[in-house]
Design a protein around this ligand. Structure first.
Ligand code: AHR
Length: 534
């Protein structure tokens, strides 16, 4: 199997290289990607490369933190996990939940006394060994910005205000002084705060209807901002797209009710391939785009009627603050306890993640935040045992995008073959969709300092797609760097000591002139970086 893959990879690389003909005449048979650096969508916000750490399964305990591991540092944090996490260039790290937060009392996780609590969302014992200050130590080591969620389920607006006082006020009031007493003289200055989690979901502890949630979120946000005026507030938009839910109504109501106060509306999506239909699954990132456009329209509409948006000149943005593939470990025993939500990802999952990242970039004008859920073990790109770890397939596209796709998002013209899906369920408990004219090539591009970076997913299972990349303004110059994520077949996985899916840096090639031709291999993500001289 491995030899066959090696032979196939060499063949594909040779074909690709041979097909890389700078300035070649365009062929009518070829797919086309036209790049016009003057046709822009918006600035890619680095916060779309966010991630998420929840007190769930082995994400915190046994994931980022494991004092018993031979890899632990003096504070109990896993050094190997930290190194791998650094490779993801994580801009923003959401904490502490998720469903967990809706019955979390932040006071249990600070100071010398840490009560053990029954954790009801995921049915575990929460030791509270890790809390606000430990998480902040980790975020600093990782070089990432924290993004906290307050408990608007069983929590009160007063507790939310007190948490902001503890983290953001330098000195004076009780909770600021308490932080200092706990050994943290300087405030943590946490800028991003979400007003509860998935409050639209019947599964959420303290679930509310849209009007009641809006009232509670507004008053919590008001107190939090009075305590720390520069914070950004994120409202819990729709996460419940089950057939009997009414997600648009939820979003419309909270946007209307909270339009003067919030900075982002959060949306969540998890997709899957429960019926093992590759082409259906490959089309699922398009749903992100549909939902983004619907919510963008609602935002535009309510923004016409805002009265008291004194805290900012920005409009409301969208935060996809939970997204991933999640369907295998999504029922029964897989949903609870210390080994909850442990998905083992394959190549097709990595291609879906690539498509989701493309969708965020294509909507860079309004999607200003996204968080893969979650960082380690729990539907995560990093997977650990006590003394070892490996990078799952989905790690590689996320790392490639986060390290390369920055600057201005470009509005591309893409012409290639397409396919239609039948009606199918997006994932467990999700609504159905049917996608028509799904392009085999899923593409986004960014432009920064004369450099264009193009991300191309070839969704075709068996066929390389020969494509002309055409510069509409200016010309290609210098050499092109090429990275590829691929594997022997769409079901290929990684494991401890076994890497079948990873990023390969291919040989750079010279490019000159208006167009270059490249053959994108089947079931792959390719990222091409090059200069366009105007
Ligand atoms: O990320 C796993 C869970 O999915 C989160 O706790 C919750 O917000 C969502 O339902």
């Amino acid at each position: 199997m491995k030899e066959r893959y090696l032979f196939k990879s060499i063949l594909v690389a040779l074909l690709a290289f041979a097909a890389f003909l700078p300035g070649s005449a365009q062929n009518a048979e070829n797919a086309r990607i036209k790049i016009d650096v003057e046709r822009t969508i918006g600035e890619v916000n680095k916060n779309i490369y966010g991630n998420f750490v929840e007190h769930l399964g082995r994400c915190v305990y046994g994931g980022i933190y494991d004092p018993d591991s031979p890899h632990a540092d003096e504070n109990g944090f896993r050094k190997d996990v930290l190194e791998a996490a650094k490779g993801l260039n994580i801009s923003l790290l959401r904490y502490p939940g998720g469903n967990f937060v809706s019955n979390y009392n932040w006071k249990d996780g600070v100071g010398p006394d840490r009560p053990k609590r029954l954790e009801l969302a995921w049915q575990r014992l929460e030791t509270n060994e890790v809390g606000t200050n430990e998480f902040m130590t980790y975020a600093k080591m990782l070089g990432t910005e924290p993004y906290f969620a307050v408990n608007l389920g069983t929590g009160t607006i007063k507790e939310a205000q007190q948490w902001v006082e503890y983290t953001n006020v330098k000195e004076g009031p009780y909770y600021a002084e308490l932080r200092k007493k706990h050994g943290y003289p300087e405030p943590h200055n946490i800028k991003y705060w979400s007003l509860g989690n998935e409050m639209d979901g019947y599964w959420q502890m303290g679930h509310l209807n849209a009007i009641d949630y809006s009232k509670k979120a507004r008053e919590a946000g008001k107190l939090m901002r009075l305590t720390s005026p520069d914070i950004k507030l994120i409202a819990a938009g729709s996460s419940n797209y089950r057939p009997d839910a009414n997600p648009d109504e939820w979003n419309r109501t909270i946007l209307e009710e909270l339009k003067d106060y919030i900075d982002y509306i959060a949306l969540h999506i998890y997709v899957g391939n429960p019926d093992d239909n590759y082409y259906n699954f490959m089309s699922t990132p398009l749903v992100i785009e549909e939902r983004t456009k619907i919510v963008k329209g609602m935002i535009n509409e309510v923004m016409q009627r805002t009265l008291r948006r004194d805290h900012t000149e920005d409009p409301i943005y969208i935060a996809w603050d939970e997204y991933n593939v999640w369907y295998r470990a999504r029922s029964g025993a897989n949903m609870v306890g210390d080994r909850a939500l442990e998905e083992h990802y394959n190549l097709e999952d990595a291609l879906v993640i690539s498509g989701m990242l493309n969708a965020f970039i294509r909507n860079a004008d309004v999607v200003k935040m996204a968080n893969m859920a979650q960082l380690v073990n729990v539907i995560g790109p990093i997977f650990t045992s006590k003394d070892d770890m490996f990078k799952q397939t989905i790690y590689y596209p996320l790392a490639l995008f986060a390290n390369n796709m920055h600057g201005t998002s470009l509005d591309l013209f893409v012409d290639c073959e397409t396919y239609d899906t039948e009606e199918f369920f997006l994932g467990l408990g999700e609504t159905t969709t049917k996608q028509t004219d799904v392009p085999y090539l899923d593409v986004s591009a960014t432009y920064k300092d004369d450099e264009v970076t193009i991300a191309v997913v070839n969704r075709h299972k068996d066929k390389a797609i020969t494509t002309d990349l055409i510069a509409q303004t200016g010309e290609f110059t210098g050499s092109l760097e090429i990275f590829e994520v691929n594997g022997p077949d769409i079901k290929a996985k990684n494991d401890f000591g076994e890497t079948n899916v990873a990023t390969k840096k291919l040989e750079s090639v010279k490019a000159k002139g208006k167009s270059v031709t490249y053959a994108f291999p089947p079931h792959s993500l390719t990222i091409i970086k090059g200069k366009i001289k105007l």
